[in-house]
Design a protein around this ligand. Structure first.
Ligand SMILES: CC(C)(COP(=O)(O)OP(=O)(O)OC[C@H]1O[C@@H](n2cnc3c(N)ncnc32)[C@H](O)[C@@H]1OP(=O)(O)O)[C@@H](O)C(=O)NCCC(=O)NCCS
Length: 157
C-alpha cells in the first residue's frame, strides 16, 4: 500500500476549501459546489499539510441517489490502492446515509470505477436522478453534459 498515504480522512472545513480547490484543479476535476452544504467532502493531508487525497458525494433531494465526486489522489501516490480506499469511503458513507444507488461522471477513469462495481449508465438517467446537484446543473448550463460519460451501481444488497 502507498507509503505516505495514511487515509486519515476528515470532513472538509472552511479552511480546507481553497487548498482542496487547488488540488482538484490539478486533478482536472469539477469545482462547482465545493462549499455547498449539500456536498459532503472529506480530505486527507500529509504531515506538512499538503492535500494528498479527497473524496465525496452529493445526494438527491430524497436521499435515494448519490453522485460520487471529487475522488482524487496526489499524482505521486497513485497506483497503490489509495483511490480505491477513497472511493470505498464515499460509497460506505452514502450507504450509511441510506442511499440506494451511486452514480458518477468519468471520462477518463472508467476502468478504475469498473473495478469498484460501476457499469456504464445513461447520462440522461443520471441527470434526471440527480437534477439538483451542482455538477449536473453546471454540466447542463455549460452544455458539457453531452460530452460526459456516466457510471452507476446499486448500493443496496
Ligand atoms: C482515478 C484515481 C482516483 C485512481 O487512484 P489510484 O490511487 O491510482 O487508484 P488505485 O491504485 O486504487 O487503482 C485501482 C485499480 O484501478 C486501476 N486504475 C486506476 N486509475 C485508472 C485509470 N485512470 N484508468 C484505468 N485504470 C485505472 C488501477 O490500475 C488499479 O487496478 P489494479 O488493482 O488491477 O492494479 C487517480 O488516478 C486520480 O486521482 N485521478 C485524477 C482524478 C480523477 O480522474 N478522479 C476520478 C473522477 S471523480
Amino acid at each position: 500500500m502507498g507509503g505516505r498515504f495514511a487515509l486519515t480522512l476528515r470532513p472538509v472545513s472552511p479552511d480546507d476549501v481553497e487548498p482542496l480547490r487547488a488540488f482538484l484543479v490539478e486533478a482536472d476535476l469539477t469545482l462547482a459546489g465545493l462549499d455547498a452544504p449539500t456536498v459532503r467532502l472529506w480530505i486527507d493531508r500529509d504531515h506538512e499539510g499538503r492535500v494528498i487525497g479527497s473524496t465525496g458525494y452529493e445526494a438527491s433531494g430524497n436521499g435515494e441517489h448519490v453522485l460520487i465526486r471529487s475522488v482524487a489522489v496526489a499524482p505521486h501516490d497513485r497506483g497503490s490502492g489509495a483511490g480505491t480506499r477513497l472511493a470505498r469511503f464515499a460509497i460506505d458513507q452514502a450507504i450509511a446515509a441510506g442511499a440506494r444507488r451511486a452514480w458518477l461522471f468519468s471520462r477518463r477513469s472508467g476502468p478504475f470505477w469498473q473495478t469498484l462495481g460501476f457499469a456504464p449508465a445513461e447520462r440522461d438517467a443520471l441527470a434526471a436522478a440527480l437534477a439538483d446537484t451542482h455538477q449536473v446543473r453546471l454540466f447542463r448550463e455549460t452544455g458539457q453534459l453531452a460530452a460526459e460519460v456516466g457510471w452507476s451501481r446499486a448500493l443496496a444488497e
